[in-house]
Design a protein around this ligand. Structure first.
Ligand code: LLP
Length: 404
């Protein structure tokens, strides 16, 4: 994504022309960026040779999943819907792991029928349920058990998962008991220890702590795990100030861990694969004078991009056409939804804007469209992919008539 003659372009295409042609709001993805992200992760962890299972929840668009499949990634799914979609995209069941605290009978049955690599369990009850279904089907089932390592990921509290007060995984003591229980099962094959401490993690230190807990627990369990699934969480540079996770430091920690624990590493990255691959193109409907600041009312809202309303997350907002003139007042960028939290950010000294101008909300590829809703009965936006300097429609804009 670069400005050419002050116009925003992706892969040589003028985004302003795309906005005019297709109308807004539009989720506009760049295949080049997705592929560069995959390459970046693969190259940093080359000597570890991990199985990379893309976390489908970050973005479950079928066209995107197909591209991810072409790059030989597996999938991490958390519902039967995501599992079906990953399979539809052509991802091999042998590269699919099923995570989540509450898999239903039907979901487990479907996963067993499709012979996926691993079902990562999170409770005694779930293990018993899987065992029951496996017995009924007379099928050996590979499972993992998710450890809650009680590690602070130092990220937003709403997306932190690895502390003892979180619902995810089981505490060390329970973990050891469940390992013994699974060991005795004739039909369950315990293959994996899994962890995931949170999302948008910017320092390697929480990972370092998590790995030392995992090492200790493996020793105590006296069990040889074929896989250790480290989850996802690798943070990206939303502020555009180079504050992203240092993958090199993370990989050094994993190499140290592997010296003491011979196993295959699984990653479940979502955000770091697709996060920075998309902008949300939006048009200014009105500019309304407010007290001390002006409200820039966009045609994209919290139903299209929930992250700011849900987590106070900040996404850069940039103009499609750059000009030099600066506005005297601050701008608060908001959507038209009837909620005070339908606001994206307030920015001082922004370029002077006019009604009908186009803007791009940056880094919305992960947990953007996948969290979108029809709140206020607003149709979900169009999704397009820029591939070899051409536009591919990934998903048509919902029609209002579909909602009525
Ligand atoms: N594995 C498990 C078990 C997870 O729960 C998650 C994310 C991932 C992998 C992928 O994490 P990532 O690499 O994308 O950080 N909606 C929030 C993020 C929620 C993450 C939920 N779990 C947001 O918009 O920031």
């Amino acid at each position: 994504m670069i400005y050419k003659k002050n116009k925003l372009t992706i892969d040589h295409l003028d985004i302003g022309n795309i906005a005019k042609k297709f109308k807004t709001p539009i989720y506009c993805y760049s295949l080049k960026t997705i592929e560069a992200n995959i390459k970046n992760i693969k190259s940093h962890f080359k000597s570890i040779n991990p199985l990379i299972c893309y976390a489908v929840k970050a973005n479950s668009n079928l066209g995107i999943l197909k591209e991810i499949k072409k790059n030989n990634l597996g999938a991490d799914v958390v519902s039967v819907g995501e599992l079906m979609k990953a399979l539809k995209a052509g991802i091999s069941p042998k590269k699919i792991v099923f995570s989540g605290v509450g898999k239903t009978y039907e979901e487990i049955e479907y996963a067993i029928n499709r012979n996926i690599l691993l079902i990562n369990t999170e409770s005694k009850s779930e293990i018993l349920q899987i065992e029951k279904i496996a017995k009924k089907k007379k099928k050996i089932v590979n499972i993992g058990i998710r450890l809650n390592p009680n590690t602070d990921a130092k990220t937003l509290s709403q997306i932190s998962t690895g502390k003892k007060e979180n619902k995810f995984g089981v505490a060390q003591k329970t973990f050891l008991k469940l390992v013994n229980m699974a060991k005795k099962s004739e039909i369950l094959n315990l293959k994996c220890l899994s962890v995931h401490i949170g999302s948008q993690i910017l320092s390697h230190k929480p990972y370092q702590k998590m790995l030392s807990v995992v090492s200790k627990v493996i020793k105590l369990s006296n069990y040889k795990f074929e896989y250790v699934d480290l989850g996802g969480g690798m943070g990206i540079d939303y502020n555009h100030d180079h504050s992203k996770l240092d993958l090199k430091k993370y990989s050094i920690e994993i190499k140290k861990f592997l010296k003491a624990n011979k196993c295959k590493i699984i990653f479940e990255p979502g955000r770091s694969i697709v996060g920075n691959s998309s902008i949300l193109i939006t048009k200014i409907i009105y500019i309304k004078e407010g007290f001390k600041k002006d409200f820039v009312i966009l045609d994209a809202a919290m139903n299209d991009l929930m992250r700011p309303a849900l987590y106070g997350a900040k996404h850069k907002i940039i103009p499609l056409n750059k000009i030099k003139k600066i506005s005297k007042k601050s701008y608060e960028f908001v959507g038209p939804v009837c909620e005070s939290t339908d606001t994206f950010s307030t920015i001082k000294r922004y370029q002077k804007l006019n009604e009908k101008d186009y803007l791009a909300i940056c880094d919305v590829g992960a947990y953007g469209m996948s969290l979108a809703s029809n709140y206020n009965l607003r149709p979900k936006p169009l999704e397009i992919l820029i591939k070899n300097s051409k536009v591919q429609i990934l998903n048509k804009r919902q029609k209002i008539s579909d909602l009525i």
